[in-house]
Design a protein around this ligand. Structure first.
Ligand code: FES
Length: 141
């Protein structure tokens, strides 16, 4: 279901000068405390979130509980509450807060000069998770 918060985005384009990073959208295209969805043919869609501090994060748009669309959840701090059963998922690492358990894939995000980028290699590699020590978000200036 498409909502104002989760308007589907066109498939990303790659700039010749951004060999690894895929230009997704302008930061201003992401609603504060909302999300947009990048569709993928394989591996599931990616939800890109913006929190109240202009932090930008990307997770697989699939809750580890029963597959709820995280892009339609409620963003608070660096977490999103799943719209189906209210599990709390970390926007940085995709890890579910206790007492629930589980994890969804987090994607590397970069914000540069008002543009939002995803790691092209990771986007094209379904199921590839971000190592826990790799930063997955960059705060907008
Ligand atoms: S599907 Fe997300 S909490 Fe149940």
């Amino acid at each position: 279901m498409e909502t104002e918060q989760t308007r589907m985005m066109q498939p990303p384009t790659q700039s010749p000068t951004q060999a690894q990073w895929i230009d997704i959208c302008a930061l201003d295209d992401l609603p504060v405390l909302g999300a947009r969805v990048v569709e993928r043919k394989v591996g599931g869609n990616i939800a890109i979130f913006r929190n109240a501090s202009d932090g930008v994060f990307a997770l697989l748009d699939r809750c580890p509980h029963k597959g709820g669309p995280l892009s339609q959840g409620i963003v608070f701090g660096e977490r999103v509450a799943c719209p189906l059963h209210n599990w709390s998922i970390g926007l940085v690492d995709g890890i579910v807060a206790p007492p629930d358990e589980g994890c969804t894939t987090a994607f590397a995000v970069r914000v540069d000069a008002g543009r939002v980028y995803l790691d092209g290699q990771q986007v094209r590699s379904p199921g590839q998770a971000v190592a826990p020590d790799v930063p997955t978000n960059v705060m907008a200036a």
